[in-house]
Design a protein around this ligand. Structure first.
Ligand SMILES: C[S@@+](CC[C@H](N)C(=O)[O-])C[C@H]1O[C@@H](n2cnc3c(N)ncnc32)[C@H](O)[C@@H]1O
Length: 248
């Protein structure tokens, strides 16, 4: 699966497979490279546990790449979007829904900021999501209880209201076959005051194509770029939302 291959690119690669031995002996860093390692095992996705300091708390996330793949590991976009929320968005008592939440890191940051959060995922990944959320923010420890619910994009949308203040998504633009359903879901969940915040790693042309589809329904702006992790945060809203913003 090309997306998983791309994920593996976040580990270290030797780029000079053909460089000569003398060059290598002169390069002090080469000594480090001769230590045998299994590149696959070095990926952060293969760690059973990862720790993040966000919203004034240490969040400990259990990962299980082998069992659930993309839905059970923390993607950089989730961390960057969490940091963006923490520093740029005031969420107290705001209604928030997170789509394709994976381990739920971003939604947890919103909950810790005092939002009324619904964290959603596909059925298959709900147990892992629930376990991470309940371990980090046990019931009764946030201003509002966190709701965890199944939401497969494009399906049973009538179960969800259209009154959210914020719709969040971290690294959810990656599968072309889901684009129409994802867009339909974003449109359904939004009213003219809703803000959609998407943390994105733009890997392929198709990802940019999704942003063009998004621009047919919303006005979209890039509001943040994390250069180190190459993650962009896009903010999408109605014409009315942006008009009000400009008049502030
Ligand atoms: C790359 S992962 C990102 C996970 C998490 N947001 C993060 O950034 O750590 C993409 C997520 O989208 C979810 N997803 C994929 N297709 C979906 C669909 N049709 N409906 C709902 N979620 C979906 C996957 O289960 C997965 O958790």
């Amino acid at each position: 699966m090309d997306f998983q291959q791309n994920a593996a690119e976040t580990t270290c690669h030797s780029r000079d497979g053909n460089s000569n031995q003398a060059d290598r002996r002169n390069d002090k860093s080469y000594a480090l490279a001769v230590v045998p390692y299994d590149e696959d095992k070095l990926s952060p996705f293969h760690l059973a546990e990862r720790r993040f300091r966000l919203a004034g708390r240490e969040l400990v996330i259990r990962q299980s790449w082998r069992e659930l793949g993309v839905a059970a590991v923390v993607w950089d976009a989730a961390v960057v979007l969490g940091e963006y929320l923490e520093s740029e968005v005031s969420l107290t008592d705001q209604t928030v829904i997170e789509l394709g939440a994976g381990t739920g890191l971003t939604g947890m940051v919103a909950a810790l900021q005092g939002a009324k959060v619904t964290i959603t995922e596909r059925e298959i990944a709900l147990a892992s999501l629930r376990s991470n959320v309940e371990t980090n923010i046990p019931p009764g420890t946030t201003r509002h209880p966190v709701v965890i619910q199944e939401l497969t994009w494009g399906q049973n949308l009538h179960h969800y209201p259209t009154s959210f203040h914020y719709v969040l998504g971290a690294d959810i633009i990656y599968l072309k076959k889901t684009f129409q359903d994802l867009l339909k879901t974003l449109v359904h969940l939004s009213n003219c005051e809703t803000v959609v915040l998407l943390g994105c790693k733009i890997r392929y042309e198709r990802d940019t194509n999704f942003l063009k589809m998004l621009e047919e329904k919303f006005e979209v702006k890039e509001v943040h770029y994390d250069q180190r992790r190459d993650i962009r945060v896009y903010k999408a809203g109605s014409d009315m939302y942006w008009r009000n913003e400009r008049n502030k």
